[in-house]
Design a protein around this ligand. Structure first.
Ligand SMILES: O=P(O)(O)OC[C@H]1O[C@H](OP(=O)(O)OP(=O)(O)O)[C@H](O)[C@@H]1O
Length: 191
């Protein structure tokens, strides 16, 4: 964990709010609150490029809190990125998927990705898996080659579910659990 000091330190002091029954932590990487510094963005992106060879045509991120991660990674790797958006465009080839989280649901729209593309999928958090799972299932149906899936923070046990249902390994940098209204961090859980 030595390498992810800022990520760990900021997680430990992240406020927790209630969204219904769901305990939601508020953090620079997942919310842009209280402040996303160049230092923490750089720490995360440097760790990703140090750990993984990103041999892909495109980075695919999910609106909203995947976008700053894809941007920083794109500037560093020169790999272009496309955003899976919450807005419908109606462009040819658009694919809609239904997203559910612990506190919300809605539609996501995939554009700009075609059969045969080799992609990295990146997002900020995997919690219930209700976002990542339908996106990965849709990409599979579209015959897109998902070469890598990177999520900065895994929360609870949703990652495992997505791995089992898709066959993809999901690489995460840190695990968080909220126990008695406190954030506990630990190393990523390997399948
Ligand atoms: O594993 P899950 O339970 O699906 O949770 C993870 C998702 O929840 C958040 O997205 P949200 O739709 O809240 O939007 P945001 O990125 O705009 O904050 C987060 O950015 C992930 O995409």
């Amino acid at each position: 964990m030595e390498m992810l000091k800022k990520l760990e330190k900021t997680l430990k002091k992240a406020p927790i709010i209630k969204k219904g029954e769901y305990n939601y932590f508020v953090h620079p990487i997942t919310d842009g609150i209280p402040l996303t510094t160049p230092d923490i963005l750089e720490e995360v992106v440097d760790e990703i490029t140090k750990r993984y060879t990103l041999d892909v045509d495109k980075i695919v991120c999910i609106e909203a809190m995947g976008i700053h991660l894809a941007t920083a990674l794109s500037l560093k790797t020169r790999i272009p990125f496309v955003v899976v958006r919450k807005r419908e465009y109606g462009l040819p080839g658009e694919v809609a998927v239904h997203q559910t989280t612990g506190y919300s649901e809605g539609e996501l729209y995939i554009n700009g990705i075609k059969e045969g593309d080799r992609v990295l999928v990146i997002d900020d958090v995997v919690s219930t898996g209700g976002t990542l799972l339908p996106v990965l299932q849709a990409l599979k149906k579209m015959n897109v080659e998902v070469a890598k899936v990177i999520v900065i923070i895994e929360k609870g046990e949703g990652k495992k579910l997505v791995e089992e249902k898709t066959g993809h390994k999901i690489d995460t940098l840190i695990k968080v659990d909220i126990i008695d209204d406190k954030i506990i961090t630990s190393p990523p859980k390997e399948a």
